[in-house]
Write a protein that binds this ligand. Structure first.
Ligand code: MG
Ligand code: ZN
Length: 358
């Protein structure tokens, strides 16, 4: 009896081993660097609208590996950018409005924090405030995305190497009277309001706060801030020897969707695509960089109801809010093949962890 039982146990154990090997093949190629680009509110229609009116072929058309992810949150078929960002940054579905916390408010480790722990350099870039839900999901742990002053304090609780975006107000004009720029200076950050004022210094960390609140629209003077920031950040982070994690957000594609303004959607998507071009350009030369382009959700229920080859489109929106449709994922670099298929938004985090070999 005992012999049969131990034989059975042996069989079970060996079976588990075999299954572990089959279902969990260790990715052969790991990535030294990951650049995650999030087009907030960027569904397939937003991309095709930009492709249709752009005078140049979009960089997005270069990708060969494409997947889709399901965006719903823990408490809503329609996610917001807090829960959407948290799914991508932590691999956990949470309630709308939560920033890297679970549904009970417990903090969740983010890919940026895990990269830091593993001695990688890290960075965040946004065309909104750097404290807005999407970038905040990678660095802060708060139950409400609206608590911007609390979110700002989290920039002092990690060793993030570089961040570029708006949000000066909550760093220096705070209800608690604290001046977080002073605290950042003490921690060795070079603080500036412009990319052009960055003085390269290998040991420095950079806080480039480009607006009091949000950056302006592309069409209202933002210029090439996003692609320029992407290029500068990649240059700085790639000088660190252990590799890096960088998140770049095209924030205002979403706002064009909320406004039901097709020109706003298209100019922001084309601008975001230029940043994608900077990431791809580096990744192709580097060979050890994984580039992932995705969205947190679609915004506006955008439909293209007419168009022609003279770069004219007729667009309709079905809502001024987010929608529930799955959104695309475009991937290039070592481990890219693992991103094909249809999966949960949380899988993007797991696939990034695998790609880093964590
Ligand atoms: Mg956002
Ligand atoms: Zn939105």
């Amino acid at each position: 009896m005992i012999r049969i039982a131990s034989l059975l146990l042996l069989l079970i154990i060996s079976n588990v081993n075999i299954r572990a090997q089959v279902s969990n093949p260790r990715s052969q190629k790991t990535a030294k660097n990951i650049i995650l680009l999030i087009g907030d509110g960027m569904g397939v229609s937003q991309i095709y609208a930009a492709m249709s009116v752009s005078s140049k072929t979009l960089n997005l058309e270069q990708f060969k590996v494409i997947g889709f992810h399901k965006t719903y949150s823990a408490n809503d078929y329609i996610t917001d950018s807090g829960a959407g960002g948290t799914a991508l940054s932590t691999g956990v579905k949470t309630c709308n409005n939560c920033i890297a916390t679970d549904t009970l408010g417990n903090p969740l480790k983010t890919i940026l924090e895990i990269a830091e722990k593993n001695n990688k350099a890290t960075g965040l870039i946004s065309t909104s405030s750097i404290l807005h839900a999407t970038p905040a999901s990678f660095i802060a742990h708060v139950k409400s995305r609206n608590n911007l002053e609390d979110i700002a304090t989290w920039f002092l609780k990690t060793d993030i190497d570089l961040f570029i975006g708006g949000g000066r107000k909550q760093f220096i004009c705070r209800k608690d009277g604290l001046n977080l720029f002073d605290s950042l200076l003490e921690r060795g950050y070079f603080i500036t309001d412009s990319l052009h004022k960055i003085q390269n210094n290998k040991s420095a960390k950079y806080a480039v706060i480009t607006a009091y609140e949000h950056n302006p629209k592309y069409s209202e003077g933002r210029g090439d801030l996003l692609p320029d920031a992407a290029e500068k950040a990649i240059q700085i982070l790639s000088e660190k020897e252990n590799g890096f994690f960088l998140m770049i957000e095209g924030s205002q594609i979403d706002w064009g969707g909320h406004d039901n303004d097709i020109n706003y959607v298209v100019t922001e998507t084309i601008d975001f695509d230029k940043a994608i071009g900077k990431a791809l350009e580096f990744a192709k030369k580097d060979g050890e960089t994984l580039v992932i382009v995705t969205a947190d959700h679609e915004t506006g229920g955008l439909t293209l109801v007419d168009g022609n080859t003279d770069k004219k489109i007729t667009a309709k929106f079905s809502t001024d809010n987010h929608t529930g449709v799955m959104v695309p994922v475009f991937v290039y670099g070592p481990g890219a093949e693992n991103f094909g298929g249809i999966y949960q938004n949380t899988e993007v985090f797991n696939k990034m962890m695998d790609a880093f070999g964590f």
